[in-house]
Write a protein that binds this ligand. Structure first.
Ligand SMILES: CC(C)(COP(=O)(O)OP(=O)(O)OC[C@H]1O[C@@H](n2cnc3c(N)ncnc32)[C@H](O)[C@@H]1OP(=O)(O)O)[C@@H](O)C(=O)NCCC(=O)NCCS
Length: 334
C-alpha cells in the first residue's frame, strides 16, 4: 500500500468532519463527492445546492452537508466569535458581521467553534487569503508561535542509501520567507510531529545550512550560519527528547561517512529524514530538485503549527490533490 493510500485509510478510520470552503469550484465539488463515497471524511461544503449543481451538474451531492454563510443561522454566532477574536485589533461588530459571511472566514470560524475538525481551501484563493482567516482566529498550537508548512517527500523506490525510509519531510518550503532563529526552531519541532503523525516515520531532524558545525562562515553577508546554530539550540531546548542536530550541509545530514567525519558523535548526522531549510528559497528550490531530478512525489504543502488543522490547496490542484489534502487534514485533527 502506498503512503498516500495508508493516509487515506487512516483518515477513513477517524471519521473526522472537514470543511471545504469553495463550493463554487467544480474540482472541489467533485472531490467532496469522492471523499464522501470513499468514506475518507464527512464533508461540509460551503456553497449552495443551485451553485454546486451549476458547476458540477453530474455530481451526486448526497451525504454532503451544504452550508451557505449568507443564509445560515450560524453566521450570527460566528460573527460574535470573530468579533471577540479581533476586537483588540480594532475590528468593529459591524465589520465582524460582514466578514463572517466570507466563505473562507466562515470556514475558519466553523473550525474555531468546533463545528468541524479541519479546514481545506485554496483551489481558487491565494495562499495569503486562504491562511489569513486561520492565522487571525484559529491561531497557533500551545507552545508554538509560527505557522509553517512542509512537504512529505515520497521516494520512487527504497533503493536510495541516503533515504532508506523512502520518505522524508522538507520544511518550510511555502510559508515563512526568511524565518528568524525562533521561527526555525518552531518549524523544526512541528515538522518532527508531522513526520511522526502523517508520514509515519521516526523523526531525525537536520537543521540545514551550507556549513557543518561551524565549517562555513558568512559573518560578512547574511548571518545565516549563526541563525541556524541558534535555531538548533532553541529547538533542542524546546524539545530535548527529539533527535535533532545541526547545523549540517545536506551531505553531512544524509551520508553516514560524511556525517561522521564532519559531525563526529552526532546521532542525526548521516541519518536525517526531516530537513529544516534556512529559508523559503532553499526549501522551495530543494523540494523541486528532489521532485524533478530525484523522481520524488511531494505531498503538500502540509500546514503545521495551527491550533487546529487548516490546509491550503494549490490553485493548480486536481481532484486527487484535494482528496489527499483532506485525508492529511483529517489525520492532523485531534
Ligand atoms: C503566511 C502569509 C500568507 C501571511 O500573510 P498575511 O496575511 O499577509 O500576514 P500578515 O502579516 O498580514 O499577518 C496576519 C496575521 O497572521 C499572523 N501571522 C502571519 N504569518 C504568520 C505565521 N507564519 N505564523 C503565525 N502567525 C502568523 C500575523 O501575526 C497577524 O496576526 P494578527 O493580525 O493577529 O496580528 C505570508 O507569510 C505569505 O504570503 N507567505 C508566502 C506565501 C507564498 O507566497 N508562498 C508561495 C507558495 S509556494
Amino acid at each position: 500500500m502506498s503512503l498516500l493510500d495508508e493516509i487515506k485509510a487512516k483518515a477513513a478510520a477517524r471519521k473526522k468532519t472537514i470543511v471545504l470552503c469553495e463550493g463554487e469550484d467544480k474540482r472541489v465539488v467533485e472531490a467532496a463527492a469522492q471523499i464522501t463515497k470513499e468514506g475518507i471524511a464527512k464533508i461540509v461544503l460551503i456553497g449552495n445546492e443551485a451553485e454546486c449543481k451549476k458547476v458540477a451538474p453530474h455530481v451526486d451531492l448526497s451525504g454532503i452537508t451544504l452550508i451557505d454563510p449568507l443564509t445560515s443561522d450560524k453566521t450570527e454566532k460566528y460573527a460574535e466569535i470573530l468579533y471577540e477574536a479581533r476586537k483588540a485589533k480594532g475590528m468593529t461588530e459591524e465589520q465582524a458581521h460582514e466578514q463572517a459571511k466570507d466563505r473562507t472566514m466562515f470556514g475558519a470560524l466553523m473550525l474555531k467553534a468546533g463545528d468541524v475538525d479541519g479546514y481545506v481551501s485554496g483551489a481558487c484563493h491565494s495562499t495569503a487569503n486562504t491562511l489569513r482567516p486561520g492565522l487571525q482566529v484559529v491561531k497557533t498550537a500551545p507552545g508554538i508561535k509560527t505557522v509553517s508548512s512542509c512537504f512529505i517527500m515520497i521516494a520512487p523506490n527504497k533503493n536510495n542509501p541516503y533515504n532508506p525510509d523512502g520518505v522524508a519531510v522538507f520544511a518550510d518550503c511555502a510559508i515563512n520567507i526568511e524565518p528568524t532563529a525562533e521561527q526555525l526552531a518552531d518549524i523544526a519541532v512541528v515538522s518532527a510531529k508531522t513526520a511522526k503523525d502523517i508520514a509515519g516515520i521516526e523523526p531525525r531532524v537536520a537543521m540545514l545550512s551550507f556549513s557543518t558545525k561551524g565549517s562555513g562562515n558568512d559573518d560578512k553577508f547574511t548571518q545565516s550560519v549563526p541563525k541556524v546554530q541558534q535555531a538548533t539550540a532553541l529547538a533542542k531546548a524546546a524539545a530535548p527528547e527529539l533527535a535533532l542536530d545541526g547545523e549540517f550541509q545536506f551531505d553531512a545530514a544524509v551520508a553516514p561517512e560524511v556525517g561522521q567525519l564532519k559531525a563526529p558523535g552526532s546521532k542525526v548526522a548521516g541519518y536525517a529524514n526531516v530537513f529544516v531549510f534556512p529559508n523559503i528559497n532553499a526549501g522551495n528550490i530543494g523540494y523541486k530538485i528532489a521532485q524533478r531530478f530525484g523522481g520524488y512525489m511531494a505531498i503538500g504543502p502540509v500546514c503545521q503549527g495551527f491550533a487546529k488543522p487548516l490546509n491550503d490547496l494549490s490553485r493548480g490542484c486536481n481532484v486527487e490533490d484535494i482528496v489527499a489534502t483532506v485525508a492529511v487534514t483529517a489525520l492532523q485533527a485531534e
